[in-house]
Design a protein around this ligand. Structure first.
Ligand SMILES: [Zn+2]
Ligand SMILES: [Zn+2]
Length: 361
């Protein structure tokens, strides 16, 4: 099968012919209909997230199950599925206590570029091992754990649904699970990329008042079309703007989807007393951010990391919300690219021209 392979950090991807082994215990093989291009992939391409190449990036997809390995039940060949970048083992303490997005065994292999058993199913033309970044979905096929997917009705399984598996799952985890946002809350979302705008949609869907903070006029316009009020950081201090919009109270929940020192401090400064700051923006591994802690302590502000959500609990909820018209991934997805155009798709995201480019192998 064909796949987009990263041979060396900071170099263009190459489309290569790879051999894909059959799924092992607990795994499934998915024929990829479409896969999203996400900023987390860019961090891998640049080496800021140090997964060792050669590797196939791509960690959200929609596709059809072709084959299931031993011990898999609940998913069968022919099922349409959305794949996520969270791979619960199902057995560790966190999985058993309902927090499978924080699976301890998944965390051990996440940056190794392998499946849960520490091995990979991909070989290149010379027989060399090829790794994956949380799925390896920039390819015609991918083998992933069966616990990482949710079924989607066939009529809904369009290319734009690929982004449910990372952008919308992350947004749902941040707004609903970690932020506990509800109808009486003001939710500020800093950042208007794929995750930020998905968070705008999820926060609107739970009935919150939503304020989107960003710098890209087209993306702020998209946020307004989704029902958010907006603050353009070019127009002055965004903290002051949020204070003015909330009669000096600040926001009940701030979703920080950028991951810069400046925006993390702004998130804390925008939060109301007793508010929650939810961090979903990724930064390079090892990065340290300075933070004014006096306000965190005196304000009783909770600063919370949020990583994805539960593929077997929350991803079906996200799919149901799409079915009911509460979420619209089609407003964020695109343009669409062939696998051979993968480097163009990456450039479209890097330059800020596209919110969520989608590869259609
Ligand atoms: Zn992602
Ligand atoms: Zn686990």
């Amino acid at each position: 099968m064909k796949a987009a392979v990263l041979r060396r950090y900071k170099e263009p991807l190459q489309v290569e012919e790879l051999a894909l082994e059959a799924p092992h215990v607990g795994e499934i093989a998915v024929k990829v209909a479409a896969a999203g291009v996400c900023h987390s992939d860019l961090y891998v391409l640049e080496g800021a997230t140090p997964v060792p190449p050669p590797l196939v990036p791509g960690h959200e997809a929609v596709g059809v199950v072709e084959e299931v390995g031993p011990g898999v039940d609940g998913v069968s060949p022919g099922d349409y599925v959305v794949t996520s970048f969270i791979w619960p083992c199902g057995r560790c303490k966190n999985c058993a206590s309902g927090r499978e997005n924080l699976c301890e065994n998944f965390a051990k292999v996440r940056l190794k570029g392998t499946l849960l058993d520490g091995t990979t199913r991909l070989r290149d033309g010379g027989g060399g091992e090829v790794r994956i970044f949380l799925g390896g979905t920039w390819a015609e096929r991918a083998v992933i754990p069966a616990t990482a997917v949710a079924k989607i009705p066939r009529r809904l399984a369009k290319p734009e649904m690929a982004m449910l598996g990372c952008a919308f799952l992350t947004a749902y985890g941040a707004v609903v699970n970690t932020g506990s946002a509800g109808p009486g809350d003001t939710v500020v979302v800093i950042g208007t990329g794929g995750v930020g705008l998905a968070a705008v949609q999820v926060a609107k869907a739970v009935g919150a008042r939503v304020v989107a903070v960003g710098r890209n006029p087209a993306k702020l316009e998209a946020a307004r079309e989704m029902g958010a009020e907006t603050v353009d950081v070019h127009g002055g201090d965004p903290v002051k703007a949020v204070q003015e919009l909330t009669e000096g109270r600040g926001a009940d929940v701030v979703i920080e989807a950028v991951g810069s020192d400046e925006t993390i401090q702004q998130a804390v400064d925008m939060a109301a007393l007793g508010g929650r700051v939810v961090l979903v923006g990724l930064m390079p591994v090892g990065h340290k951010t300075p933070l004014g802690l006096a306000r965190v302590v005196r304000g009783g502000i909770a600063v919370l990391g949020s990583y994805g959500a539960r593929p077997r609990v929350d991803l079906p909820a996200v799919i149901k919300m799409v079915e009911r018209g509460l979420l619209s991934p089609e407003r964020l997805a695109g343009p669409f690219y062939k696998l051979e155009q993968i480097n163009e798709a990456v450039e479209a995201l890097r330059s800020g021209r596209a919110i969520r480019p989608v590869v259609v192998p």
